[in-house]
Design a protein around this ligand. Sequence first.
Ligand SMILES: [Mn+2]
Length: 329
Amino acid sequence: MGDFMEQIFNSLTQLIKEHNNILIMTHKNPDFDGMGSALGLQQIIYSFKKESYICMNNSELNNSLKKSYNLIKENNLYFNVVKKSNVDKLIDDNTLLIILDTHKKEMTEMPELIDKVNNIVVIDHHIKNKDYIKDYKLSYINESLSSTVEFMANYIKYLNKKIDSLFATFMLVGLEIDTNNFRLKTTDKTYEAAAYLIQLGADNILKQELLQENKDSYVKRQKLIEKSFMINKNMTLCILDNKIYENKDLASIAEELLQFEKVEASFVIGRIAKDIIGISARSIGKINVEEIMAKLGGGGHYTEAATQIKEKTIIEVERLLIDTIKEEK
Ligand SMILES: [Mn+2]
């Protein structure tokens, strides 16, 4: 453990101990990395004999997260949330807001909180965007970190604390999703975090159940993947039909394309709204896809990025992307 990380961990502990009414917030459309680290942090705060509240709107949960919440309830584990309609009651001078897995105000579950709360902590692993949250008590944004769960698991380990095995399982799911099964940004610290979660009892069978998808969506995706092709010696492209897809469909195809021979970067183009074409890009770590997506008005990280282009056809977007890649070389 480096001195620098120890300092960050100690400052975080200090801030937690100094404040009451601690709010934990991740990004909209939460995933297992954001929520897993929020749940882990909530247990730690509780071990300091402090209440905390995860800012959450139930309507936005995906099926696996809904299943997770039901499991928390069935097992009667400590779990505290606050909805938008009730959160104002918790805000005063002594409120601490801890933002996880994003550092952009607009991406957070309740952006208005950032103006209302004076004491803010940001912990994230995305490439620092120019509109990051500037007014904070503590900020740790490290793009070489695999996931927010990695930070949180190592924080829990540093404190020598334990959390329930169910929470450890959710955190491990987040870690595996964000690293695409230990393929991306994986360092010794990532494995240390995973090892600690397994030590805490993370359940591999439940983990796989939470990662499972239904067969139809799997088969549908494989059919789309079949149509992908190499655009040069190390990049592959998959162009979807003209149906409207969700961003996460594009992203999961791009991720899957990375496992094929010779592929160092993958791109998926598809319609995501009536007049918007999306591109999702992934890289195994040699090619900076964020740079390519930024030239097309988007952003993200080095290994995962995306953009949205208005009022163009899929073919026009394909041409734009290929020209941009050629310029890049
Ligand atoms: Mn993440």
